[in-house]
Write a protein that binds this ligand. Structure first.
Ligand code: FE
Length: 183
């Protein structure tokens, strides 16, 4: 059993990771309210909330067999890896980033940039059917969660502070990705 001291340290490290990933203080909880347009689509920070209907559905036991413990924690338990810990953070090779859970293509090296947040960052997914989005209200924050459209594995979050041309930052856990170099 973890001791209370270890639980406290784990909690603090999680909160610090969340602060760094948002760029905001965790006490600055003044999220903009969701907006609903005429078509009924919900927007948070101008980002459309469009959950994907996964084609690959596995049991929890099957996911545990398929993934490492670290990958499972991110992809299936909505975890966040520590900042600056990911193997793909500084990868600047040409190629595609695919889901570590199912191999679905998610991002291109063409849209990867250094956000200085400690997580691999992209300003756009590789295709229209690459990812889905959901509202994430955990930790008393309002954020846009981004997941793999094929298996619904949690990837990270989207923030409206990215570079042109989209102005978006897809803040993605390295552990949720595999890199496939261009041929
Ligand atoms: Fe996937």
């Amino acid at each position: 059993m973890p001791t209370p001291r270890i639980i406290l340290l784990l909690t603090l490290s999680t909160l610090l990771a969340l602060c760094a990933c948002t760029g905001d203080s965790i006490t600055d909880d003044s999220p903009s309210d969701p907006v609903v347009d005429d078509d009924g689509t919900i927007f948070v920070d101008g980002i459309a909330i469009e959950p994907a209907e996964p084609e690959l559905v596995l049991s929890d036991e099957e996911w545990r067999e398929r993934l490492s413990d670290e990958e499972y924690e991110i992809l299936r338990s909505h975890g966040t890896e520590p900042a600056f810990s990911g193997d793909l953070l500084d990868n600047d090779a040409q190629g595609a980033y695919v889901c570590a859970g199912c191999g679905h293509e998610l991002f291109s090296s063409e849209t990867k940039y250094d956000s200085e947040t400690g997580w691999p960052s992209y300003w756009e997914p590789i295709g229209e059917d690459s990812v889905g989005t959901e509202i994430d209200e955990s930790f008393n924050m309002l954020r846009v969660e981004v997941h793999c459209a094929h298996c619904a594995g949690h990837l990270g979050h989207i923030f409206p502070d990215g570079p042109d041309p989209t102005g978006l930052r897809y803040c993605i856990n390295s552990l949720a990705l595999n890199f496939e170099p261009a041929q």
